[in-house]
Design a protein around this ligand. Structure first.
Ligand code: BG6
Length: 491
């Protein structure tokens, strides 16, 4: 296990401290880092929100959140007590210039690293940063952390980037895409650039196509307002799926320096072939879940989950075919799909190699399957290389597919930290490698926007799919038209 190096002491102010993200993700992540001795005891985590709470009431909420979101076996009473001692609360309307900024300022140590975590709606990023600047809270050791999505289209993203940029430099701005903090996602870099065997095969000469699937069983989870304005394209594709695509498709960076890595990802985003409006209906499929069943339990439709009658045109499923226009990837389609209320929570990348050009074996010796590398991000993080091997025994020659399997949790025998744990510590350390640079965000919007525009200009709604299915049948047709199939041996 890698040695845990404590970070220097810091003050972390979380705006949106009573919200879902803070309670479900940020506090548990900070708890684990405290438990593992990475966070000094005098570090302070300051919740800031409009609710009328004091330190004790905020600490009570934090303890309740830890009980809900931390594995019971990891909850230690002494560690919890020491953790909540680091918590403070300031009641503030962060969008108002004249709110209680002086109380917040008085709590902060001018010499320490200062992290402002904006766990709020993106349209508040500009106003909050302006107030932080106007009230002189931003020191040279400050950083700001922004959750995705940055804006809802290219123009709003540029406007947020500009407003934040008036107060924080690019080096101080950490735009989170939490998928980049997942262990297996970081392992993609190791797989490609710490091994020689794959990199030489990593091109259209050998690879037939790539599939990226991020499937969830959950529905709206109390986020109806946000989700209905976003949809799967803005919530998942513009950021998480395109970032995964970048890590698969990028050229080797000249070093691990944050900007060198991000330069290479940016080139991939810029190489994505823009979709023409008339192609959008053949190259993309959008769906919306209808009532169905997941793991034998009935679940309602998206419309029922929204709780109102007005029909919503928001997509909860997207499948699409993308092309990366480079020498390496010419004619290698990237099929992406993501959706809510699918049968399984699973995120994986499938690198499908080309079929053998010629076979010396009898055609009936096997159910022939080309090689396939499957990178599983969750659950059971790992990688599997599927290959043909001979069935043992002296009978006739039979071949079948076997897998070389690495399950990381088993291999390393340790808990896999949540993505937010690493990312929060990286903000304190000031390491932006796993965060999105402004030009990446803009390039991703530039590619996604024509698709959103084409959808918006059409009178038809997303195609319904029963909850618990793999999305609309058109998503299957999207890939089968090319003589390929989605990888669904997801067990
Ligand atoms: C978030 C999306 O960014 O990622 C959610 O807003 C989604 O809609 C979540 O459920 C998925 O993350 P994870 O880590 O659970 O796969």
């Amino acid at each position: 296990m890698a040695k845990i190096i404590p970070v220097e002491s810091f003050d972390c102010v979380v705006f949106g401290a009573t919200g879902d993200l803070t309670l479900r993700k940020l506090l548990p992540a900070l708890y684990y880092r405290c438990r593992d001795g990475q966070v000094p005891q005098d570090a302070r985590i300051i919740g800031a929100a409009r609710s009328d709470l004091d330190d004790n009431a905020f600490r009570d909420r934090a303890v309740a959140a830890l009980k809900d979101h931390v594995d019971k076996k990891d909850l230690d009473t002494d560690v919890v007590r020491q953790f909540v001692e680091r918590l403070h609360y300031v009641r503030i309307d962060a969008t108002a210039a004249k709110s209680d900024w002086s109380t917040l300022k008085a709590l902060l140590d001018p010499k320490r690293v200062r992290v402002f975590y904006l766990a709020t709606a993106p349209d508040l990023y500009g106003p909050i940063c302006r107030n932080l600047g106007a009230n002189r809270l931003v020191t040279e050791h400050s950083r700001v952390v922004l959750e995705k999505p940055i804006g809802h289209d290219l123009e709003s993203a540029r406007s947020i980037i500009h407003q934040v940029g008036e107060i924080f430099s690019e080096a101080q701005t950490f735009r989170i895409d939490h998928f980049l903090g997942k262990e297996t996602v970081q392992n993609l870099m190791a797989l490609r650039f710490a091994n020689t065997i794959f990199e030489r095969l990593w091109s259209s000469d050998v690879i037939d196509h790539v599939q990226i699937t991020v499937a969830e069983t959950v529905g709206l989870e109390g986020r109806a307002g946000y989700y209905d304005r976003s949809g799967a394209m803005r919530d998942m594709v513009q950021n998480h799926l395109l970032q995964l695509l970048c890590l698969i498709a990028m050229e080797p960076p000249v070093s691990l320096d944050a900007d060198r890595v991000r330069d290479e990802k940016l080139k991939v985003l810029r190489a994505l072939r823009p979709m023409e409006p008339h192609e959008v209906s053949t190259l993309t499929v959008r769906g919306q879940y209808a009532q169905g069943a997941i793991e034998g339990k009935p679940v309602g439709s998206y419309q029922t989950d929204l709780g109102h009658e007005d029909p919503s045109g928001t997509e909860t499923f997207v499948a699409l075919k993308a092309e990366v226009r480079t020498w390496r990837w010419a004619n290698v389609p990237f099929y992406l799909r993501t959706g809510k209320r699918l049968p399984q929570k699973v995120s994986e990348i499938v690198i499908q190699f080309r079929a053998q050009p010629f076979s010396i074996f009898p055609a009936d010796a096997a159910d022939w399957q080309p090689n396939r590398l499957i990178v599983r991000l969750q659950p059971e993080e790992g990688m599997r290389l599927e290959m043909m091997t001979k069935d043992p025994g002296p009978g006739g020659l039979r071949l079948s597919q076997t897998g070389l399997d690495i399950r990381f949790e088993k291999a390393f025998g340790m808990r896999f930290p949540d993505a937010y744990e690493r990312l929060l510590m990286d903000t304190v350390r000031g390491n932006p490698t796993l965060f999105m640079r402004h030009d990446e965000v803009e390039a991703a919007w530039a590619w996604v926007e024509p698709i959103l525009d084409a959808w918006a200009s059409r009178p038809d709604h997303p195609r319904p799919y029963p909850a618990g299915s793999w999305g609309p049948t058109a998503a299957i047709a999207l890939i089968e038209r090319d003589g390929r199939t989605w990888h669904e041996d997801l067990g």
